[in-house]
Design a protein around this ligand. Structure first.
Ligand code: NTF
Length: 837
């Protein structure tokens, strides 16, 4: 509070300061100021990083002004706050995005230019925080952007991993992992809040006793206590003052804790304990769509969830509210089951620490949480071995058992004793070893459950969560994913943004539906030409990056056929490569064959322990090696594996795409979000009826979408009829040739062993129906090639795609969550009496 200072004085200090001005002159002054007083340098000796830091602090000052105003505004009234719990946030670099959202990109560019510096050069200096694996973490980042842009009070909670997703290098065609030391040059975008910290207990044992008043009490005596310290990153909305908080927890040893060992002379044990504590937030698990049942991972999940709930309860109580009304202050969204232990932790806090009766605590809990499911893949559904769970969270096991006991009592009557249903709904799984089913815990403890695309939600209701749907249909809804047009269009594709805005104004950036106004220009020859010019320019730029990074020269006039995403068998990068081989064979069989030139760009990381995925990377590179230098090909086909796919690289790749590969086995990709980003950047999609592809196709029109492959239903039917991949191999000469070439070493210096596992799994198992979909895919790709020959027609389809993609803004998704699940309203934040730039 203002303690001693008069109100006016405070206002003046806050407002009239070189730290807040947005014009070119003030920015110039501020950058120099920060160079002197933050970096301690003067221009003659400043490095590129010094300038990056000086600019970052200049931007941060402006964020902090809005941040303080937002917090103040939130605390003054009574507003329900969204709390997003996510183990991953794949944010991407901050600098450019913050400049866009503050509306000072041009001004900063100009200011630097006048100082003889270049903005892009500084933007490229930033090391991105890769605190996520893929779609799930990136979705969390897009949602934080939209929450702020829609002026919704929100906090994102997560883990401040010291090492994010590994860096990928390619050596001899194989993926090699390197640690991601993203904090090595410091992080100007975060503020360490040393004063905000919580103690987190782990392991140990539980005792129950009756106190003097005859009340049952529980004491949990842990064998380890770690401290979670808050690190806050401001998230500013697009051209609004609202600046929300992303609060990430770092684990440390508690202040007091090494005393005993130290006093007794056991110094190395004290140091050891400190290392154990710091380990918890040390590294992100690099598994996408698979869950390793490791102790450390459970510790991570509990660590960040407990810190976050204690923090929320503190905020709630400091507002003078009663603990019983917690749900009126917070709506807590569980981003998949990773934070689902929050349901047990909430019960523990309410019952053990705040003395609520069980039923009252359960009422609060089940009005607080909502759960988003992001996958149907069985290997991604989290299950914890009960003994392992008990060793980390003994009290939570008791609580889960009690939740389950009461829940099953209710269920038994509802399903009239149907044992199969009861065991499917049970939170605890029986078998040789008992285990805890996190999805069931999430469903039991949440008031809302959603999938991330229409098809995915339907399949959830029909398959993995079928019995839950029968029990509580009113909890279920669909919330189709979306992406933020600020990062994925305005920031990454400024040329396209400018062209679009020159026709329809800038409103679309916040109201993406307005892109539909582009439709009327789809036949305007001048606009079509400009559209093609922008695309060609972006392809030329990517071609330059490809040469620099991989030494492969590609033709910007060729089709840029792009598949960028995590490497996974269900995403079927190997189906794509079978098409490459098929085109190659056409050339080899008839060097004069008419082939529309193509550049195949692949990028994506494989989980370090996922053998088949790593083999797919090797296969892509091996095929590329042969195809790229075969003189018969005459440069008409090029295969590129662009290393280290991350947000930074994605921003350079999407704008250059002609064709977006969304070719997962139908029914396996929950939504996809790369599909949206590529289409919004003018790529046409070749895809299956999977995830959000279904809705994209509905929006852009079937004539503007290249559809192939089995439907989800056909996949299931084919499987139950006894799918025999070998039959497709034997009966399709082109497919057979391609597979034989891979196995007999044509692409691997005649080594016929490398790809054996991959080929065997395709021929004798083929869970993901690669062989079943092969011919349909190749035929569809032939239509693509035919269509690309008519450049103007292609451009027209591209424009219509963009014009009809308005639905896929994360603003739309977040509006749906706000209205239908969280029941929260926007709270505009004023600054100097105005609510936006
Ligand atoms: C992913 N799920 C899905 O595989 C994608 O289809 C989807 O677009 C994103 O979530 C975001 O909803 C996961 O990463 C996980 F962890 F659930 F497997």
């Amino acid at each position: 509070q203002d303690k001693g200072l008069d109100k006016k004085e405070v206002q003046n200090v806050l407002v009239e300061d070189a730290r807040t001005g947005l014009d070119v002159e003030t920015l110039k002054k501020a950058i120099l100021n920060n160079l002197f007083y933050v970096q301690g340098k003067y221009p003659e000796i400043a490095t590129r990083n010094d300038y990056y830091m000086a600019l970052a602090y200049t931007v941060r000052d402006r964020l902090l002004q809005r941040w303080v105003a937002s917090v103040k505004q939130y605390l003054e009234g009574k507003h329900r706050i969204v709390s997003y719990l996510s183990a991953e946030y794949l944010l991407g670099p901050h600098l450019g995005n913050n400049l866009v959202n503050l509306g000072i990109y041009k001004e900063a560019e100009q200011a630097l230019h006048e100082m003889g510096l270049n903005l892009d050069w500084l933007i490229e200096k930033e090391i991105e925080p890769g605190l996520g694996n893929g779609g799930l973490g990136r979705l969390a980042a897009c949602y934080m952007d939209s929450l702020a842009t829609l002026e919704v009070p929100a906090i994102g909670y997560g883990i401040r991993y010291q090492f994010g997703i590994f860096e990928q290098d390619i050596r001899d065609g194989w993926q090699v992992e390197d640690t991601d030391n993203w904090l090595r040059r410091g992080n100007p975008w975060e503020i360490a809040r040393r004063e905000i910290s919580y103690d987190i207990k782990l392991g140990g044992y539980v005792q129950h006793y009756m106190d003097r008043d005859g009340k049952f009490r529980t004491i949990w005596t842990p064998d380890l206590i770690v401290k979670g310290v808050a690190y806050d990153t401001p998230i500013v909305g697009y051209k609004v003052n609202t600046t929300n908080t992303l609060r990430l927890w770092k684990s440390e040893a508690p202040n007091s804790f090494d005393f005993q060992s130290f006093n007794s002379g056991d110094y190395s044990n004290a140091v050891n304990q400190k290392i154990i504590c710091e380990n918890i937030s040390k590294v992100l698990y690099p598994n996408d769509e698979t869950r390793s049942g490791k102790v450390l991972r459970l510790q991570q999940q509990y660590f960040f969830v407990s810190c976050s709930l204690q923090d929320m309860i503190g905020i709630h109580l400091r507002q003078g509210e009663r603990i019983e009304d917690f749900q009126t202050t917070f709506a807590v969204q569980l981003n998949d089951t990773h934070p689902a232990v929050a349901i047990a932790e909430m019960m523990r806090l309410l019952v053990d620490e705040y003395d609520l009766e069980w039923v009252d605590a359960w009422r609060v809990t089940t009005r607080t949480f909502a759960y988003t499911n992001h996958t149907l893949l069985p290997e991604a559904l989290e299950k914890w071995d009960m003994e392992l769970f008990a060793s980390v969270l003994p009290r939570h096991l008791e609580i889960i058992q009690e939740i389950n006991r009461r829940f099953l009592d209710e269920v038994t009557v509802r399903v009239y004793g149907d044992q199969e249903k009861i065991s499917s709904l049970s939170i605890i799984g029986e078998g040789p070893r008992r285990y805890i089913k996190m999805a069931n815990l999430a469903c039991a403890g949440s008031f809302a459950i959603n999938g991330v695309a229409a098809l995915h939600t339907e399949l959830l209701k029909q398959t993995v969560l079928k019995d839950w749907y029968a029990l509580s249909p009113e909890k279920f809804s669909n919330k189709t994913n979306g992406v933020t047009p600020r990062r994925w269009m305005v920031l990454s594709n400024p040329k396209l943004t400018e062209l679009i805005s020159s026709k329809i104004g800038e409103n679309w950036i916040k109201h993406l539906d307005e892109l539909k106004n582009l439709e009327k220009f789809a036949d305007d020859p001048e606009f079509l030409q400009q559209w093609m010019d922008v695309k060609l320019e972006m392809k030329t730029q990517l071609a330059q990056r490809i040469v620099n990074r991989t030494n492969i020269k590609v033709d910007p006039e060729s089709i840029f056929d792009i598949q960028v995403k995590r490497i996974h068998e269900y995403k079927r990068q190997h189906l794509n490569i079978l098409h490459v081989i098929t085109l190659y064979n056409r050339i080899k069989q008839n060097p004069e064959a008419e082939i529309v030139p193509r550049t195949f760009v692949f990028a994506g990381k494989a989980a370090p322990g996922y053998k088949q995925a790593k083999l797919i990377i090797k296969l892509i590179n091996s095929v590329g090696e042969i195809v790229n230098k075969d003189p018969d090909v005459k440069g008409r086909l090029k295969v590129v594996f662009y290393p280290n796919y991350n947000v930074t690289n994605a921003q350079k790749i999407y704008p250059a795409a002609d064709l977006s590969e969304q070719i997962s086995t139908a029914g396996k990709e929950a939504s996809g979000t790369g599909n949206m980003k590529l289409s919004l950047n003018g790529a046409l999609t070749i895809g299956t009826l999977d995830g959000a592809n279904v809705e994209i196709r509905e929006c852009v029109g079937e004539e503007n979408f290249f559809l192939f492959g089995l439907t989800a239903e056909e996949v299931e039917n084919t499987k139950s009829d006894g799918y025999n991949p070998f039959h497709f191999y034997e009966n399709n000469p082109n497919l057979k040739l391609a597979l034989d070439q891979i196995s007999n070493g044509y692409f691997s210096h005649l080594d016929d062993t490398i790809f054996k596992d991959l080929i065997n799994s395709l021929l004798y198992d083929d869970q993901f129906m690669v062989l079943a979909d092969y011919q349909s895919y190749v035929d569809c790709q032939d239509q693509v090639a035919e269509a690309f020959k008519d450049k103007v027609k292609w451009a027209r389809m591209s424009i219509l795609n963009v014009a009809r993609m308005g639905k896929f803004s994360s603003d739309r998704s977040i509006r749906e969550y706000c209205d239908e699940i969280w029941k929260v309203k926007s709270v505009p934040v004023t600054l100097n009496g105005t609510s936006s730039k």
